[in-house]
Design a protein. Structure first.
Length: 131
């Protein structure tokens, strides 16, 4: 299985359990790892045979900027759902970091990482074709 990674996608979103987090917002950082078969794109060198990285970014932006959630676990789950719905991939890992999370003391970030195979999400079946 081949891997495609986009790291450090940063967004200003309105997520959190504190009222001020959903009003003022804060920075979130996302890493996305997609697993699939990139043979066709590697052979053809044609973007039409590949996953357009800009579309992955747009998907992450949609979830992080346009939606509001209390938990970063929910953000990560929504990313999984949208990435499986929008791209021909077999496995997805998403990592959502909330820098300087309001924990009552100094911290780098609260981070959630979820990994799922396509067949682990309800309504998603194995693809059986190449990208």
């Amino acid at each position: 299985m081949d891997t495609l990674q986009l790291k450090g996608l940063a967004f200003h979103g309105y997520h959190g359990t504190e009222p001020w987090e959903q009003e003022v917002g804060r920075r979130f950082v996302v890493d996305v790892t997609l697993h699939g078969d990139w043979t066709k794109a590697g052979r053809s060198d044609d973007l039409n045979d590949a996953i357009d990285y800009r579309m992955i970014y747009a998907t992450a932006r949609k979830v992080l900027v346009d939606e509001k959630h209390a938990l970063i676990e929910r953000i990560a789950w929504r990313l999984l759902e949208e990435l499986f719905a929008g791209f021909p991939v077999e496995r997805v890992t998403v990592r959502v970091a909330k820098p300087e999370a309001p924990l009552g003391g100094l911290n780098e970030a609260a981070v959630v990482e979820l990994t799922r195979d396509r067949n682990e999400l309800p309504g998603r079946q194995p693809l059986g074709f190449q990208v």
